[in-house]
Design a binder for this molecule. Sequence first.
Ligand code: T4K
Length: 389
Amino acid sequence: NIQSKTDLAINGAPPAFDEPLHVGRPNVGEKAEFLKHVDDIFESKWLSNNGPKVQLLEQRVADYHNVKYCIAMSNGTVALEIAIRALELEGEVIIPSYTFIATAHALSWQGITPIFADIDPDTHCLDPDSVRKMISPNTTGIIGVHLWGQTAPVDELQKIADQHNLKLMFDAAHAFGCSYKGQMIGNFGEAEVLSFHATKLFNTFEGGAVLTNNDALAEKMRLMRNFGFSGLDNVIYSGTNGKMTEICAAMGLVNLDNLDAVVKRNQENYRAYQQGIDGLPGLSLSTFDESERNNYQYVVMEVGEDCPVSRDDMVEALHAENILARKYFWPGCHNMLHYRKLYPHARLLLPMTEQMSDKVVVLPTGTSLSAEIVNVITQVVETVVGGKS
Ligand code: T4K
């Protein structure tokens, strides 16, 4: 029962939770169903290389998003790399700095320069005006990121891409099952990339996929994920090993059956967070457009300047209670040592990214939590800020 500051673990009281609460605890389906798949795999001795379970998973994920093709990959980062390669991007590609580092690395790993644009503070996604400013003669593409499952400004970005003859694709790692203007993600730009990492709404242990409606692009990416082989002895593209294994696909099939329950729980948790945090001084939660399909995968709290405690003090207080909140994606990709040289004047160029990455705290959710646990978390938050205003 946490009522006053002396009840807080940071002030020496016992922590609110005995076990750590993680952001990104995996959501998993029925173990018994998974073990049936394991039996199949042992029986068939088909372990990898476009096996039957991968094909079934691809079909189901494509149907779920109402898109023509899903090409499953070993992880989201390799899926990004392959999509970028298949689209023949080169030179400079514009992306938000406020994203997981993999969006930037998928470019830089292939000798392409990520050019970081700023975000809209309301959506945390790319600001089209900033994108326009970053276009140079070397720009070949734009990668929008649907951060936290909040869709990027798809139409505006498509307009910019068309005007400047750029290719547009999306990092949809956070947006499994989300929609934009009533249409499921996967249908926008040239291609959209999903991550099925353990910490994601939907996981295959590790995994990812590219969704596209483009026949030729889909075929090219299929070959590229298997070393560029076309048939047994003929290599027609540069390629890599981006294949998903059967055991990962089995996890995916089981977790797909469980997906509605995961989204429902996330939504209940989100509502409990909303109730608990509403009215606390200087704190706000990112909102979802309720007219769209949302997955409520990330609960994103902003600690504003009028909050009695700083963002970092809030995180420290939560960690003391075993609530392992995260500062995603501080300090922004452009501030990471590897990319800093590209951005000597970051504060001037990317003010919203700078501000937002100093404000955000991502709170635990998912099926390992319940609304009751969320109520305790919000009670801690309330006590840290000294009560409702
Ligand atoms: N684009 C975007 C926008 C992304 O967010 C990501 C991945 C990608 C692309 C690339 O997709 P992948 O190549 O990963 O498929 C995690 C994930 O590793 C990463 O997949 C994810 N984004 C990112 C947002 O979060 P970390 O470094 O924060 O993970 P870590 O190890 O701290 O795990 C988070 C928490 O989850 C831990 O406190 C413990 C818990 N956990 C984790 C794992 C792996 C478990 O309880 N069980 C587990 O198995 O990056």
